[in-house]
Design a protein around this ligand. Structure first.
Ligand code: FDA
Length: 515
């Protein structure tokens, strides 16, 4: 404890020494455990309450930079005093890696660095890493109704982590993912330098666009190119339960949705609900769609591609792009657009999630087996999402960015089990349920490697050793599943820019070490 206390004091002194009070005093950005605001700063805005319990390890200090020099000082001083750093933007990491570590650590919380500058003329935007995607969408819509950005659906997700790991949403089949649209970035590296695309070089610039945040430095801001969308788009949601032939429709969807024109994105959400037959549970498949065009075109297209869903004009709603963001985020449409700026938009939950990629349609009998898993001993609330691929995703080579899940995928599956606080006394049963579901799905999804999406981080796939050395072989267990062959290049870049592995977490990219 004496050593820890000295480290702590030394670290704080170092921060104050590195601060240039004429630019921005760092003292107002520092929260030690003695600070009365420490708990509220740490607790906000948590993504997963599983990592917000009294026994969860807490940082020694939180630094909430208001100026980039505060990030530089924190990196320099953490290195000097042997502390780990965790970087938090939106705080949505599925395994809490942006605010929890096992060794003594400092959190850099970027929530106050969130300015956004949209330039309509060049169709670009600079976005500071602490902004959420909701804020980005809002700022774009303030200026234009025909510019948009292809990122996630949940407005509270932070651009810092989201863009670092890929970032997909309803525009994916037309434009690809967020990382495909990054054209410059500002990053504080392990030596505390501020780099841009030119000074960091193309290898490092490649690595931060999909390599999974936190391994290479602290992203301060992204420059992105925006995309053009029509002034009117069309959305619909059609719910079907098992008694309405949902299984057959889902089976058929696997052929129709990925092959549709890229203006159409038709995904499926699954939950278990009460059946109309008393006392019985059933599965509801919600077909949720975004079409970059008008109702008449959409109805015609669906009649040709997926007539079994029986879409009619009355199911469709025309709106502009930002209204579609509100619709998909399930914000009541009477709410003002300001809801997109609200970081407390959704209740916090305890959850565990996993992901899979599907290359061949799953047989109907296997889908029925999947539904059966929903009815096993009630595991909490279960949600599955099937998101179609192909379209633009097929056109982008696997090595273009570290995000490798491109041609050859029909769709991605997201599995999530959520539970309430009272059930958190025995979280193991939920984790076990999720692992059983995942093993059940093994024969039907991608193999060698069984691919996974790094932004749906899953520590079941493997972790680095405590301390700062993990072999390439060990890290390949999850690295190849997240990044396929791109993992090798990520390791090379890491070895070049952070050979002593300062920026690390349970699933960071390890540098190669000469044994
Ligand atoms: P957080 O701040 O927790 O960071 C995540 C990781 O990135 C951590 O390892 C962190 O250290 C690192 N990091 C964060 N900021 C950094 C920075 N500035 N520099 C370097 N490293 C940094 N995904 C998707 O593609 N589409 C979707 O629609 C959704 N929807 C969604 C909804 C909800 C409710 C959740 C909880 C998650 C999603 N996601 C998602 C997944 C999401 O993309 C993923 O969790 C992102 O990593 C979240 O980024 P945040 O900045 O919010 O997280």
């Amino acid at each position: 404890w004496a050593t820890l206390g000295q480290t702590h004091e030394g670290f704080l002194q170092c921060l104050l020494l590195h601060s240039d009070d004429n630019v921005a005093p760092i003292s107002n950005a520092i929260y030690t455990q003695n600070n009365s605001s420490f708990a509220s700063v740490l607790d906000f805005p948590y993504g997963n309450l599983r990592f917000s319990t009294p026994t969860t390890p807490k940082p020694l200090v939180i630094v909430k930079p208001t100026h980039v020099s505060h990030i530089q000082a924190t990196v320099n001083c953490s290195r000097k005093h042997g502390l780990q750093v965790r970087v938090r933007s939106g705080g949505h990491d599925h395994e809490g890696l942006s605010y929890v570590a096992q060794d003594s650590f400092v959190v850099i919380d970027l929530i106050d660095l969130r300015s956004i500058n949209v330039d309509v003329g060049s169709k670009t935007a600079w976005i500071q890493a602490g902004a959420t995607i909701g804020e980005l969408y809002y700022r774009i819509a303030e200026i234009s109704t025909t510019l948009a950005f292809p990122a996630g659906v949940c407005p509270t997700v932070g651009v810092g982590g989201h863009f670092s790991g890929g970032g997909y949403g309803m525009l994916m089949r037309k434009f690809g993912i967020a990382a495909d649209h990054i054209i410059d970035a500002h990053l504080v590296d392990v030596d505390g330098r501020i780099l841009d695309r030119k000074s960091m070089g193309e290898d490092l610039f490649w690595a931060i666009r999909g390599g999974g945040g936190a391994s290479f430095g602290v992203v301060v801001a992204w420059k992105v190119e925006l995309v053009s969308v029509p002034p009117v788009v069309t959305v619909f949601t059609i719910n079907k339960v098992l008694e309405e032939n949902a299984t057959k429709l889902v089976h058929r969807w696997q052929y129709a949705a990925p092959k549709s024109p890229e203006d159409l994105f038709l995904r499926i959400f699954f939950t278990d609900v009460n059946s109309t037959q008393e006392g019985k549970r059933t599965i509801q498949a919600s077909f949720v769609s975004m079409f970059l065009g008008r109702t008449d075109q959409l109805v015609k297209l669906m009649q040709e591609n997926f007539p079994e869903l029986r879409l009619v004009k009355e199911d469709c709603h025309e709106m502009n792009w930002i209204e579609s963001i509100i619709y998909f985020a399930e914000i009541p449409n009477s709410s003002p657009l300001d809801a997109l700026l609200d970081r407390n938009l959704y209740p916090e939950t305890f959850f565990k999630a996993k992901s899979d990629y599907v290359k061949e349609p799953i047989p109907e009998t296997a889908l029925e087996g999947l539904w059966q898993r929903f009815y096993e001993e009630k595991p909490g609330t279960v949600e599955l999402i099937f998101s179609p691929y192909e379209g633009k995703m097929d056109e982008i080579p696997e090595s273009e960015t570290p995000f490798p899940h491109r041609a050859g995928n029909l769709y991605k599956i997201y599995y999530e089990v959520l539970w309430e606080e009272k059930d958190n006394l025995a979280p193991q049963k939920h984790l076990d349920w999720m692992r059983r579901l995942y093993s059940y799905m093994a024969p039907y999804v991608s193999k060698s490697p069984r691919e996974a999406y790094v932004n749906y981080r899953d520590l079941d796939l493997g972790t680095n050793n405590k301390g700062n050395y993990t072999s390439y072989r060990q890290a390949s267990k999850w690295g190849v599943r997240y990044f396929k062959d791109n993992f090798n290049r990520l390791v090379r870049v890491k070895t070049m820019v952070d050979p002593h592995n300062f920026f690390r977490n349970e699933q960071s990219i390890p540098p190669l070490v000469r044994e």
